[in-house]
Design a protein around this ligand. Structure first.
Ligand SMILES: C[S@@+](CC[C@H](N)C(=O)[O-])C[C@H]1O[C@@H](n2cnc3c(N)ncnc32)[C@H](O)[C@@H]1O
Length: 245
């Protein structure tokens, strides 16, 4: 893949905040990463692309869980790719880094067989038609039996679901803050940075984060050709879903 000139709407400041606080903000992060690894096809040495890998935490988990796996860890932020390189250092030879613009279609062509695409907390940057196009592009690149597994925020169908997710996300961040910091410092940052989109009445107009409903996304996966499209886990408005070729 070629290195691209990336103009991301996600800013460097957001990367810095996420590097600092992501471990508090992502609910059940370890559990989510294990579920994603478990859902990948049982290839001996699968090649997996992580789209918008951030610091490479999911990529690292996959490399630890699946011996011989090859990872292409892709992101648009130099800061994030630098962190990924540090985190994946013990797996030299089993990973490559790629600078991509999620919005571009140029990176969505691979010379090697791809057995899995995974992504956590990033596909919601695309609008509905862009998500639909991404799912079709990725389907074409997958080997038979390959998987697209997405962990992401969803848009709720109504305020009942949204309000429940708002509370559950607060609770999960409080617990993580107490567990990892011994104080509510992580939760206070979550509130200060207004990260809980489910309790933000103006979120609907957010230009950066554009989650779609789960129903829409499952439909786009099926339209792209994916089989066995399913929802594998959900809590606090965060869902793991996907399908197989
Ligand atoms: C909320 S973080 C999630 C990081 C990681 N997947 C995780 O779950 O920890 C969103 C990531 O998407 C990346 N990103 C945002 N917009 C992008 C774009 N247009 N092209 C490529 N990467 C982008 C950011 O650099 C960041 O690493």
């Amino acid at each position: 893949m070629n290195e691209e000139q990336v103009e991301i709407k996600w800013t460097d400041d957001e990367s810095i905040d996420f590097i600092k606080y992501g471990n508090f903000f992502v609910p059940y992060r370890e559990e989510q990463n294990q579920i994603i690894a478990d859902l990948l096809p049982a290839e001996k040495a699968p090649t997996v692309v992580e789209i918008c890998c951030g610091e490479g935490i999911l990529s690292k988990h996959i490399l630890e869980s699946i011996p011989g796996a090859q990872i292409i860890a892709a992101d648009g932020s130099d800061e994030m790719l630098k962190k990924t390189k540090e985190n994946l250092a013990p797996f030299e030879g089993n990973y490559e880094l790629a600078k991509i613009d999620l919005f571009s279609r140029n990176w969505r062509v691979f010379n090697e067989p791809i057995h899995g695409f995974v992504s956590s907390l990033a596909i919601h940057h695309l609008d509905g038609p862009q998500k639909k196009e991404l799912f079709s592009d990725l389907y074409r690149q997958l080997e038979d039996g390959g998987a697209l597994i997405i962990a992401d925020l969803i848009k709720h169908e109504n305020d009942h679901g949204k309000n429940v997710s708002a509370k559950l996300w607060d609770k999960a961040v409080m617990e993580r803050s107490l567990r990892y910091r011994g104080s509510l410092e992580g939760y206070e940052a979550f509130e200060r940075l207004k990260w809980n989109c489910f309790s933000d009445p103006n979120f609907i107009n957010d230009p950066i984060d554009r989650p779609s409903t789960l129903r829409e996304q499952l439909g786009w996966l099926e339209e792209a050709g994916f089989k066995e499209v399913d929802v594998f886990w959900m809590n606090a408005g965060h869902v793991i879903f996907g399908g197989y070729k």
